[in-house]
Design a protein around this ligand. Structure first.
Ligand code: AMP
Length: 187
């Protein structure tokens, strides 16, 4: 099963993606996690990406597209994947469609987790305190929401048009949201 999980920063995507991927028995592919691992490891890619991440900006396509292409080419992704944090722009939508088409496959479902913005910002502030993420400060949180609304929210219209989009209410307990996601995915 090839699934994309979308939703604004703080919608609980990462948490849900880990659980849902396990249920579907597919790898959880998070571009944010891969980027953070590169930052932590001090790789050239990480050093380049960090300045964008710290500002809440999207890292350049020259970094993300190759990263996703390489990850999806790994053997464990042959059975499917749950993509978290990619695509985030219309250009990335086309990139992803192309990468999959080269292998004669396509997405099965795009799930959008919907939440209310106040709740989202509250969660991000809490996460900043718990995890000390350098991109979870007040100004950066607002910037990330803005960029999401501007660049990523429009993707749902594209996927809706392709008949791939399912919307799932992201409010409530982790367990409730997981149950809704699995139901939406028929898992
Ligand atoms: P996330 O953990 O998904 O919220 O991603 C954290 C940060 O990594 C984002 O704020 C961006 O700076 C960067 N990032 C992750 N995925 C992408 C992507 N698909 N395109 C551009 N930047 C990304």
């Amino acid at each position: 099963m090839r699934v994309v999980l979308m939703g604004p920063p703080g919608a609980g995507k990462g948490t849900q993606a880990v659980i849902v991927a396990q249920h579907l028995a597919v790898p959880h592919v998070s571009t944010g996690d891969i980027l953070r691992a590169n930052v932590a490891g001090g790789t050239p890619l990480g050093l380049e990406a960090q300045k964008y991440m710290d500002a809440g900006e999207y890292v350049p396509a020259s970094i993300t597209n190759g990263m996703v292409r390489d990850r999806l080419a790994e053997p464990d992704a042959a059975v499917g994947f749950l993509l978290d944090g990619y695509p985030r722009t219309l250009a990335q939508v086309d990139e992803l469609t192309g990468m999959l088409a080269e292998r004669g496959v396509a997405l099965d479902t795009v799930v959008e987790l919907t939440v209310d913005t106040d709740e989202v910002v509250g969660r991000l502030v809490k996460r900043a305190a718990e995890q000390g993420r350098s991109d979870d400060t007040g100004a950066v949180i607002r910037r990330r929401q803005e960029i999401f609304a501007d660049q990523t929210a429009p993707l749902t219209a594209v996927y809706a048009q392709q008949g791939l989009l399912v919307r799932v209410d992201g409010m409530g307990s982790v367990e409730d949201v997981t149950a809704r996601l699995l139901a939406a995915l028929g898992a």
